[in-house]
Design a protein around this ligand. Structure first.
Ligand SMILES: Nc1ncnc2c1ncn2[C@@H]1O[C@H](COP(=O)(O)OP(=O)(O)O)[C@@H](O)[C@H]1O
Ligand SMILES: [Mg+2]
Length: 300
């Protein structure tokens, strides 16, 4: 576990790469999304201004848009609902009050396009998570249909491991694995169709599901640039993976360095950080049609 980015006068539960979680009682969590950015699973030293607010705003948007597919863990994004958080500077717009969920031990990944580790496996063996795919697919090809490709949840610092659906059944039982698959596929289908209409391809994404009072809910962040690969639809052409909508300025900079992708991260130039903030905001505004300056904590 990491040091929290924000110290709040509540019992501290967990701090991950990006979020701090505190217990607000009543089976509820306060989740604070920091401006930390991770690249190649290494957390950069410098924050990306407002990134945590964009991730919070976007998750809240999807939670509402997709509420008929599955309920989410989200209760409120209003910092005034948690006095101990409202007392602290900079928390407006980056908090979620959530139901505490009993998380499934798998990451519910859905892929609509062939890239990343799935493209690597396909090149090696013609399969994706062990299932055969059509021949002659190119890197970043759209798959015939979206596929549920779960992975294990690795401890911090380790990489998650792709598993087959049968392995997910071993971990969850057949009914729950089936339920997780159908919810994840429907969330992806609906969300990616909406984003595509607005010029953004969501190539793949990771949902985290959990139980609240015996019901399966979508927890964590939902269809954000951090949990998904966002591509500008204009820049997509099968044969190579398009630049990531959000992290491209940082990746471009890191590519010029001789850095071995382990800690400590190299310092990041100011213009790359500012460009990244702008990309996150652009993704939010493009998808939601809302103005980010209306979100709490932004224009104050
Ligand atoms: N409603 C919830 N109840 C319990 N745990 C949750 C809930 N929503 C998200 N989580 C967990 O909280 C953590 C979020 O912190 P984050 O910084 O994203 O961690 P990580 O570095 O592990 O991705 C994740 O481990 C996620 O599984
Ligand atoms: Mg996370």
């Amino acid at each position: 576990m990491r040091e929290p980015a924000y110290i709040v006068d509540l019992p501290h539960v967990y701090s991950g790469k990006v979020r701090d979680i505190y217990d607000v009682g009543d089976n509820r969590y306060l989740m604070i999304t920091s401006d930390r950015l991770s690249a190649f699973d290494v957390v950069m030293a410098e924050p990306v201004l407002h990134k945590g607010r964009v991730l919070t705003a976007m998750s809240a948007y999807w939670s509402e848009q997709l509420s008929d597919v599955a309920p989410s863990h989200l209760i409120s994004t209003d910092v005034r609902d948690v006095p101990q958080a409202a007392a602290i500077d900079d928390l407006a717009g980056r908090i979620m009050v959530t139901h505490k969920a009993d998380m499934l031990p798998v990451e519910c990944i859905v892929r609509g396009y062939l890239t990343g580790s799935a493209w690597k496996e396909y090149q090696r063996s013609g399969t994706m998570h062990g299932t055969r795919l059509p021949e002659n697919l190119l890197e970043a090809s759209q798959l015939p249909e979206p596929v549920f490709t779960p992975s294990t949840k690795a401890a911090d610092g380790l990489h998650d491991e792709n598993i087959t659906f049968d392995q997910a059944v071993d971990l969850l039982g057949a009914d729950l694995a089936e339920q997780a698959r159908s919810i994840s596929l429907e969330l992806y289908r609906r969300g990616s169709a909406l984003a595509r209409d607005r010029g953004i391809i969501i190539a793949d994404t990771k949902f985290e599901l959990g139980h609240v009072d015996g019901q399966l809910v979508v927890a964590d962040e939902i269809l954000t640039p951090d949990s998904s690969r966002f591509w500008a639809a204009d820049h997509w052409s099968p044969g190579s993976t398009p630049p990531s909508f959000d992290k491209q300025p940082i990746r471009d900079h890191l590519d010029t360095l001789d850095w071995d992708k382990t800690y400590p991260p190299p310092p990041l130039p100011r213009d790359a950080l500012a460009a990244t903030t702008n990309r996150y905001i652009e993704a939010y505004e493009q998808i939601t049609g809302l103005s980010f300056s209306d979100w709490p904590g932004v224009s104050t």
